[in-house]
Design a protein around this ligand. Structure first.
Ligand SMILES: [Zn+2]
Length: 360
């Protein structure tokens, strides 16, 4: 049975060689089946043992069994090595690179109107002003009457007011709801009265906020807009104080060299009233379309608080005086950034808004 021994040796060698190059666990399993399966080459060889001479059978059987044990052990080792390699390969391909930069998080920023409001708040804070906010839905009393604008006053026509009404107060067919005196504030001035009613003198407040008017919307008018007003109530305040402070504020906002001037103005709630101009930011004062060829731009209205308004606020005008000023923040924002259309400020279009990232 020299054939048996040589066949056995051939199977052993072939198994070793193929195991060495098997690259996957599946290849090893195929090999196991071909060697040790029911019709595998080693199994078939063992079956032929029956035809060997009886005295040779024990030695041949022992040799064959040793090869079988050796092959099974080698298969086990190869599988273990391959699963280790598999694991390493998986670890390599699925590894997290802890040094890789993270996905950027998009951070928003303040709207340019809000940035201006914040800057103004900081500037006026240096003069002792604090913010005092009032409601956007107001009463006619606060919006008009207490501000020296009685119902029959022609100045009421200056403000195209939006009236607020409960739905069931709208009569069928009526052109406008029953008037219960509730309106959307047309300016932030009513907050001045609310501050006077809430605070003791000396008062120094800023009243920023959103206002509403029944306006046809175009490049320079919106039905909603932002104002910021200031109010001072104290003993011995004068127009000179107002003038000096506003000049300082203009320099803080537009630079030390900005030209300023006061003109007479008119408001029902201040007496005297002034308009405050700065030299045109576009042409520097020589005259251009943006300043209607005047060289000046009006940025705010101001004046000494009317004695009637002081009285309405609970202060004796013989003892106290005050001054007030108001600015349109939309217009100031447009001047600041060279924006040509007020509607852009309210579209929420990110292509527009993300250009103003200084408010981060
Ligand atoms: Zn100009």
């Amino acid at each position: 049975m020299t054939d048996f021994r040589s066949d056995l040796e051939a199977i052993r060698r072939s198994a070793r060689e193929r195991l060495d190059v098997a690259a996957t666990a599946a290849e090893v399993e195929t090999l196991r089946h071909e060697l040790l399966g029911r019709s595998g080459s080693l199994t078939t060889l063992l079956r032929s043992l029956g035809s060997a001479a009886p005295e040779e059978r024990p030695a041949l059987g022992k040799a064959a069994n040793e090869v079988r044990v050796e092959i099974e052990a080698a298969i086990g080792e190869r599988l273990a090595a391959l699963s280790g390699a598999d694991l390493e390969a998986r670890l390599a391909s699925e590894a997290m690179d802890m040094s890789a930069p993270g996905r950027p998080i998009r951070v928003g920023h303040l709207h340019p109107i809000h940035t201006l409001m914040r800057d103004l708040r900081e500037i006026f804070h240096a003069y002792g002003f604090e913010v005092f906010e009032g409601p956007e839905v107001e009463t006619e009393e606060y919006n008009f009457e207490l501000l020296n604008i009685p119902p029959d006053h022609p100045a009421r026509d200056l403000w195209d007011t939006l009236y607020v009404a409960e739905p069931d107060s709208v009569e069928a067919g009526a052109s406008r709801p029953a008037d219960d005196g509730t309106i959307l504030r047309t300016h932030t001035s009513p907050t001045q009265l609310r501050a006077m009613h809430a605070l003791d003198a000396p008062i120094r407040v800023l009243t920023p906020g959103r206002c509403f008017r029944y306006e046809a919307v175009d490049a320079s008018h919106g039905f909603e807009f932002f104002q910021i007003e200031g109010l001072v109530v104290d003993r011995d305040t004068s127009l000179a104080d107002l003038k000096g402070m506003l000049e300082e504020v203009a320099r803080a906002l537009y630079g030390r060299d900005v030209a300023t001037r006061f003109r007479p103005g008119y408001y029902p709630f201040t007496e005297p009233s002034v308009a405050f101009d700065i030299g045109c930011l576009v042409c520097g004062g020589s005259g251009c379309p943006a300043c209607h060829r005047s060289g000046w731009m009006t940025i705010l209205g101001a004046g000494m608080v009317h004695p009637n308004v002081l009285r309405d606020g609970g202060f004796d005008p013989d003892e106290y005086q005050g001054y007030a000023f108001g600015m349109g923040m939309d217009r100031m924002t447009m001047l600041r950034h060279g924006i040509g259309d007020i509607r852009l400020l309210f579209t929420g279009d990110l292509r527009f808004v993300t250009q103003f990232t200084e408010g981060r």
